[in-house]
Design a protein around this ligand. Structure first.
Ligand SMILES: [Cu+2]
Length: 157
């Protein structure tokens, strides 16, 4: 019969290899760290992450580009599960997305679980989000014109 502790450690190691760092505590939500970046090609480094719910997720987001922030800024906005990412992003524009509100108007923020600042070249921001239950949580960059390219899903199982 397999040693249950060995099996537990092995599961942690396999999840970590999917560009995630996972801390498995004896109980309560797991702690997960996600590293993701945006670049001058208007792309995220990853369009999919998978985690086990419940989880406390730390998102380290980087802009690895060189273009000025006004031309190619990026953010990372995690939306509530089931949110239509295209409809949400278009609504941000009509609701008055500006550099002053980080391209995320106040009245749109209740549809998001968390967001970073808009980052210029070489900048980084960190976000900690509780994911209490399983589901598919979309993420998107709300810089104008980026949402068709810069989007992905965080899948919590
Ligand atoms: Cu962007």
């Amino acid at each position: 019969m397999q040693n249950p502790l060995r099996r537990f450690v092995f599961q942690c190691a396999s999840v970590a290899s999917l560009s995630l760092l996972v801390g498995c505590g004896p109980s309560g939500p797991s702690e997960v760290t996600i590293e993701i970046s945006g670049n001058d090609m208007m792309k995220y480094s990853d369009d999919r992450f998978e985690i086990d719910a419940p989880a406390k997720v730390t998102v380290n987001f980087y802009n690895v580009g060189k273009q000025p922030k006004v031309a190619m800024g990026h953010n990372f906005v995690l939306l509530k599960k089931g949110t239509d990412v295209l409809a949400f992003s278009q609504a941000c524009l009509t609701a008055g997305a500006t550099p002053e509100n980080e391209y995320l108007p106040e009245k749109m923020r209740d549809q998001a679980l968390g967001w970073t600042k808009i980052l210029g070249p070489g900048e980084r921001d960190t976000l900690v989000i509780d994911i209490p239950e399983a589901g598919t949580y979309p993420y998107v960059c709300t810089f104008p014109g980026h949402f068709t390219n810069m989007k992905g899903v965080l899948i919590a199982r």
